[in-house]
Design a protein around this ligand. Structure first.
Ligand SMILES: [Fe+2]
Length: 240
């Protein structure tokens, strides 16, 4: 399958408005972009300064704008951001009635054995599905589990659509609340299989990378890794 679109990769050294404006344009056009060679450490100030150029940081899950994505001892069965291993294609915060518009991933320390980000546009992800599957994915009948680590104070999930006629997307196959009912089992399996087959862009992580994803138009995944030192800082953003 041909790769449907290509986001430019910027090799800016430092935080320049020129680079940010090009990245914003790229994000609007393609649904994702990468800023390379940015200067931030494991601290949060510079991360938030860069993130704020793309939207308004959300503190909704975890009570803080910057969430450390790193393997946590004893959380082998936690959500993706707490454990090693791969992550299948998903959107973030799919369990909220309104997920955040953007997700920024700041690469502090890449894993030495993988852990790269894969990116797939919703249009490409949905393009091979039969009409009946698309119709099922557009029904407001899908419910999602809130990850245990974010559960306190979260409202009870209400059924949502997976996609809309406007082309938005929300998905995480292992986070469906209970096994999908009979009418949704086949569409869920068909979409999962289509995502497994899809040819996606892969962003090889380097320190100083900032990967910015349109969380309503793009799915992301992670290649497998075991390195306990991998550290990515995540900031979810509301569009202005
Ligand atoms: Fe994610």
């Amino acid at each position: 399958m041909a790769v449907p679109w290509k986001a430019s990769v910027f090799r800016e050294t430092g935080f320049t408005m020129n680079g940010i404006e090009r990245a914003r344009a790229d994000l609007a056009k393609h649904g994702w972009t990468v800023l390379r060679g940015q200067r931030f450490g494991a601290g949060h100030d510079e991360v938030l300064r860069i993130a704020a150029a793309f939207g308004r940081p959300s503190t909704r899950d975890g009570g803080q704008a910057v969430w450390e994505v790193r393997p946590r001892p004893g959380r082998d069965h936690g959500t993706f951001s707490e454990r090693t291993g791969p992550a299948a294609f998903h959107t973030d915060a799919q369990y909220h009635a309104q997920p955040e518009d953007y997700v920024c991933l700041f690469v502090v320390r890449p894993a030495d054995d993988g852990g790269d980000t894969r990116v797939l546009g919703a249009a490409a992800a949905l393009s091979s599905l039969p009409a009946g599957t698309l119709t099922a994915l557009r029904e407001p009948a899908w419910t999602w589990k809130v990850p245990e680590v974010f559960r306190s104070g979260a409202p009870a999930p209400t059924p949502t659509t997976v996609t809309t006629t406007a082309g938005t997307i929300r998905w995480r196959s292992d986070n469906l609340a209970g096994p999908p009912g009979r009418a949704r089992r086949r569409p869920a399996a068909a979409f999962t299989a289509a995502l497994d087959r899809a040819e996606a862009h892969q962003v090889r992580h380097r320190p100083g990378d900032v990967i910015i994803l349109d969380n309503l138009r793009t799915l992301h995944a992670r290649t497998a890794f075991q390195d306990p030192a991998r550290l990515v800082l995540r900031v979810r953003l509301w569009a202005r």
